[in-house]
Design a protein around this ligand. Sequence first.
Ligand code: C2E
Ligand code: CA
Ligand code: CA
Ligand code: CA
Length: 279
Amino acid sequence: AKALGRNNLQVFTEEMAAKAHEKLLRQEELREAIAHNEFFLHFQPQMNLASGRIFAAEALLRWQHPVHGVISPGAFIPLAEETGLIVPIGDWVLKTACRQCKAWQDAGLPSLIISVNVSARQFLERNWASRVAAVLAETGLEARYLELELTESLIMQDVPGAIATMHELEAIGVHLAIDDFGTGYSSLSALKRFPVQRLKIDRSFVEDIPLDADDKAITAAIISLAQNLGLRVIAEGVETEAQVEFLRQSGCDEIQGYFFSPPLVARDFETLLGQRRVH
Ligand code: C2E
Ligand code: CA
Ligand code: CA
Ligand code: CA
């Protein structure tokens, strides 16, 4: 039994060493990905339910890996966050998204808001609001066309610090939204103190509509909460006509999801926008 124990331990440590090695490799690849320009963005339109118009696009990060092909953010953002690489990567996302939004405006396409996801590591950096201001100045995008998506868990890591940064961003004129709303632990009294303009109802509530009565109740409650607080509200992950109907009846302002369009590369997004140009 003793020998077996030792063998198991050996296998265990070898496995751990292999895992650690693999992680180092992936970290190195991630570092190189920035230098080698392997990141690109997808854009998913957000539609106003009343007008049927596209008014915004969420920028979603993708990694064109030289061997493994296109990798989704879920597969590398946790490592990027752990290693702090999310800071330079997030900087790249912000700059690229702002530059793209400005390019669409300059090309005469209808003016949109560009929505950018922000991770805690970035947001809680000192002077982050002035970094954002610098990116806006550099790209020439007006602040009112930029929206930053923050999660409740990001805010809850340092509530006073987050609120201070939110006020700095508000002063610049940048819009703020709370992403994945309903999955975190921000209290309703805290929500009142956040200078945000929009709530994004998490996909987990939307996906089981109309079958799940609880999810319907939660979704309707978030919509009326937003209305009572004077916030706009968007449902994400909307895939079916039945979901659209329920959201419309519940007074939801906006939708995002496969029902309307998946995230698209810039060219395809332009085509979609061009087709919907107001004549
Ligand atoms: P998220 O911010 O909640 O983004 C929405 C996710 O839902 C995206 O996944 C999008 O492709 C997917 N989605 C959109 N419509 C539908 C639908 O109708 N059905 C379903 N099942 N899914 C839909 P994606 O692009 O894989 O991104 C996953 C997460 O990675 C994002 O979740 C966000 O938390 C994070 N992320 C993406 N880009 C960035 C970034 O630039 N910076 C940071 N920090 N995080 C990012
Ligand atoms: Ca988001
Ligand atoms: Ca979300
Ligand atoms: Ca659910």
